[in-house]
Design a protein around this ligand. Structure first.
Ligand code: KG4
Ligand code: ZN
Length: 358
């Protein structure tokens, strides 16, 4: 079957066309128009500006995606769109386009949770056999993005229990806010990890220590706002050093390591408690090389039988391929009657800024 995926929950307009055959996905096209430059001026995403850009870009991107995939509208079997969570003005553009196409082209329509999309970004590159070998249940997903930090227990496909989440800032949000304090621009994650890589402990005159908030709390929740505040105090005390690359590298390294330590520690504790067979990493922060590596190493040491999957870097951050991937799983688990009902979803689907996984 051919799936058209649409994603506009934040500052990326993204369209994908996937072919699903015998539980194996082939990406026919995945196009993205990023608005990073526009929002960088404001230090974060401005919802109405994002919506305006989505409106400008979405139909040309759709045309491009169809052309690259060599697919005509008549060949599409299912349309999938991000329904939430996200910024309402931004979400409305994608869902309205999806509903219009569903109505005009007479195609079934599925609303997908953006977080579910991130989780299923892990399944894009796996063959049908790998999916069974590598992903075993109960599975634990660490979802770390600009808007969310959650530990999600999956007892089976499409079944979610949120066992922990951030009480304040998301991990990606902390990267973005700390980058702002250090004048590194938006988004912060890539800038901080690039500077952190330049840190040489043996040569550095700076020994910086930041807290690991809630690392040893008994639950699986997180808190990153105290860490950000600790960086704020550090910056206030050392303003003259903000142009010193060695200082910035030392701060970025310690900040990144603090976030990674907490995420790895909590994920391992949850894996132990819930007897997890697989750990999946997902969301924009899963593009972070240190997090990818250190979580993998810690899991291998803790229990080498646990399988560990990470999305391809290009599918870590927001994209529409992951939305199509999640939709293919939803579709394959539906009865014929449930599938028929999707034809009417253009009337029913509503955006929801705070949509929860369930
Ligand atoms: O999933 P995503 O693209 O959008 C949301 O759903 O929020 O995640 C974006 C977040 C941003 O906060 C960005 O700073 C962070 O992911 N990010 C990273 C890296 N690349 C992106 N954080 C740490 N290290 C990275 N390499
Ligand atoms: Zn996202």
């Amino acid at each position: 079957m051919i799936i058209l995926g649409i994603e506009t929950s934040c500052d990326d307009t993204a369209i994908s066309i996937l072919r699903e055959e015998q539980n194996t996905l082939t990406v026919l096209s995945g196009v993205i128009s990023s608005q990073i430059k526009l929002h960088a001026e404001w230090g974060g995403v401005v919802p109405n500006l994002a919506a305006r850009e989505h409106l400008k870009n979405i139909l040309p991107l759709l045309e491009l995606a169809l052309r690259e995939a060599k697919i005509s509208p008549a060949q599409i079997d299912l349309i999938a769109t991000t329904q939430g969570p996200g910024l309402i003005p931004a979400l409305l553009v994608g869902t309205t386009v999806a509903k219009t196409l569903s109505f005009v082209w007479k195609k079934p329509l599925l609303g997908i949770n953006h977080i579910e999309g991130h989780i299923y970004s892990n399944f894009i590159q796996l063959s049908a056999e790998q999916k069974i070998d590598i992903v075993r249940f109960p599975a634990l997903c660490l979802v770390v993005s600009g808007g969310h930090t959650q530990l999600v227990l999956m007892r089976d496909h499409l079944q979610y229990e949120i066992i922990g989440e951030t009480l304040d800032d998301a991990a990606g949000e902390a990267f973005d806010k700390v980058a702002r304090l250090l004048n590194l621009g938006y988004p912060g994650g890539p800038a901080i990890s690039a500077l952190a890589a330049k840190f040489k402990p043996q040569n550095s005159e700076f020994k910086i220590e930041l807290p690991r908030p809630m690392k040893i709390s008994k639950d699986f929740n997180f808190s990153f706002s105290g860490l950000k505040t600790a960086v704020l105090y550090l910056v206030k005390k050392n303003e003259s050093l903000l142009t010193d690359e060695a200082f910035l590298a030392a701060v970025c390294h310690e900040f990144q390591q603090a976030v990674v330590d907490v995420l790895v520690h909590k994920t391992l504790a949850a894996a132990e408690k819930y007897n997890t067979k697989t750990v999946l990493l997902a969301g924009g922060v899963s593009a972070n090389a240190q997090l990818r590596r250190q979580l993998g190493e810690a899991l291998a040491k803790f229990d080498p039988t646990i399988t560990y999957t990470i999305p391809e870097a290009k599918y870590s951050v927001d994209n529409a391929v992951m939305i199509g991937a999640a939709a293919s799983y939803r579709w394959n688990q539906m009865t014929a009657e449930q599938k028929t009902l999707l034809a009417d979803n253009w009337r029913k689907i509503e955006t929801n800024a705070n949509l929860r996984l369930n």
